[in-house]
Design a protein around this ligand. Structure first.
Ligand code: NAD
Ligand code: UGA
Length: 458
């Protein structure tokens, strides 16, 4: 069958996989190939056990794979045979040299640019899907301009705004699609080609365009604003705990102001995920680079409050459990950085486990989807850690439960049954405010919500 467009995506991760599956699903007339340097990941994408858990993803992959969606390790062939290339490789925080701990590590990105240059035999549209520091497209263009023949490249910025756990829904019905391009004849034509792809299912008024630098920057700023809301509400949760105010009531009252809005105001044990911290630190680094030190400090405080919130959680456990956790069994309900994903990157649970082990506590971890990643994250960490799928079994004999992920399954557990098997006094630290605190208190637990008065039996 002859396809209308041949699309390649380099990078088969949390963004590349679902995004391309959605394009293939919505556009049967296009052939979509996803390539990756990691053969295990590609094998998993080609199996019944996809490398990431995302509600609704299995269905759209099953409907398209082998028809117009293909996963492969042949990067060279992919670049040669496709005219539209999305680049969705990872852009983690740099861990070495100048900018270590702050700047984006662009080595995977640059390697990809050089591969595109090396293997291209015809002109291409190259689309930045990864989240990148503003002006990265310039570097991409500079590398691609070393073309020896008549091959030319147009670089577009098309950042991805999906959230994990709701990726399929977000991709199917995005708030907006943002496309940044150069204001040249070929830049504008390339942009139109990309608009045409999304217009297969996204209403035109939601497809917005901008200059390429605004597009790159908007992605990082969106994440910074979202994270800032969480740090704002978490900062106030600390004040609530001192004043008997209730953070849920405060966030409801504040969020009903239509200028503020109600979303992203849930106090928690802190935000996790692979992107918020990385992207804010990247923003901080950019500001420092341009000598905007006050602006850099402002944004860095969002990350500092997030760290403070996690440390506060630990200190609360320590002080309320007689200032010693040594030898106590603590059960973590949830290890994923949020519900409906198995992803544990930058999950507060990693830091909390590390700190609890330093206090010589024994940790029992339960999570419906993230135990495999949790085991990998904790490899080499010293101390007693075990992994138990069933939350009832996990809590048996424990002194405390710490709720770290807002999985629905934890909302409706039989807490009486759990209480009966625990060591007394039994405590619950609800880092997500998802359970019925009063009911658990009535059962006999000491209950420590986030940003609300504790309910304790003296
Ligand atoms: P990921 O680590 O899950 O996937 C990246 C993939 O790229 C990996 O499988 C890796 O093997 C592959 N890769 C790296 N170098 C390669 C190369 N030279 N050739 C081929 N493959 C290569 O990362 P992710 O979570 O999908 O994120 C990708 C980008 O998207 C990042 O910039 C991130 O900030 C951004 N983003 C992520 C999310 C999210 O929810 N995870 C949402 C929006 C944007
Ligand atoms: C976030 C953004 O929401 C996406 O738009 C963006 O594309 C993505 O980052 C990215 O660039 O990677 P994601 O990290 O997958 O998506 O998930 P979120 O729903 O944003 O949650 C992030 C963290 O904040 C989680 O740990 C979550 O539990 C926490 N959170 C969220 C709160 O603590 N309180 C809230 O009110 C909302």
């Amino acid at each position: 069958m002859k396809f209308k467009k041949n699309i390649l995506c380099i990078g088969a991760g949390y963004v590349g996989g679902p995004t391309m599956a959605m394009i293939a699903y919505k556009c049967p007339q296009y052939r979509v190939t996803v390539v990756d340097i990691n053969p295990i990941r590609i094998a998993e994408w080609n199996s019944d056990d996809l490398p990431i858990y995302e509600p609704g993803l299995d269905e759209i992959v099953k409907a398209t794979r082998g028809k117009n969606l293909f996963f492969s390790t042949d990067i060279e062939g992919g670049i040669r045979d496709n005219d539209i290339i999305f680049v969705s490789v990872n852009t983690p925080t740099k861990t070495f040299g100048a900018g270590a701990g702050m700047a984006a590590d662009l080595q995977y990105w640059e390697k990809t640019a050089r591969q595109i240059l090396q293997y291209s035999e015809s002109s291409k549209i190259v689309i930045e899907k990864s989240t990148l520091p503003v002006k990265t497209a310039l570097a991409m263009e500079k590398i691609l301009n070393y073309t020896k023949n008549s091959v030319s490249f147009d670089v577009l910025s098309n950042p991805e705004f999906l959230a994990e756990g709701s990726a399929v829904k977000d991709l199917e019905n995005p708030d907006r699609i943002l496309i940044g391009c150069r204001d040249t004849k070929s830049g504008l034509a390339a942009r139109e080609t990309l608009v045409e792809i999304y217009a297969n299912w996204v209403p035109r008024e939601k497809i917005i365009t901008s200059n390429i630098w605004s597009s790159e920057l908007s992605k990082i700023v969106s994440n910074a604003f979202l994270a800032q809301r969480i740090s704002s509400i978490n900062a106030i949760s600390a004040l609530c705990e001192k004043t008997d105010a209730d953070i849920t009531e405060v966030s409801k009252a504040v969020g009903m102001d239509s200028r503020i809005g109600s979303k992203f105001l849930s106090a928690s044990v802190g935000f996790g995920g692979s992107c918020f911290k990385k992207d804010i630190l990247n923003l901080v680094y950019l500001c420092q680079h341009y000598s905007l030190h006050k602006v850099a400090d402002y944004w860095e405080s969002v990350v500092r409050i997030n760290q403070y919130q996690q440390e506060r959680f630990i200190l609360n456990m320590l002080t309320t459990m007689f200032n010693t956790l040594a030898g106590k069994r603590i059960c973590l309900f949830g290890f994923a950085f949020k519900a409906n994903t198995g992803d544990t990157r930058e999950s507060p649970a990693i830091y909390i486990t590390k700190r609890l082990l330093e206090e010589k506590a024994e940790i029992i971890i339960t999570d419906p989807k993230a135990l495999k990643n949790a085991k990998a994250d904790l490899t080499g960490m010293e101390g007693k850690v075990s992994f138990v799928e069933d939350p009832y079994k996990a809590a048996e004999g424990c002194h405390a439960i710490a709720i770290l992920t807002e999985w629905d399954v934890y909302r409706n557990l039989d807490f009486q049954k759990i209480f009966n098997t625990m060591t007394k006094p039994a405590s619950i630290f609800d880092g997500r405010n998802i359970i019925d605190h009063k009911r658990c208190f009535d059962i006999g637990f000491n209950v420590y919500p986030t940003g609300k008065p504790a309910l304790t039996h003296s």
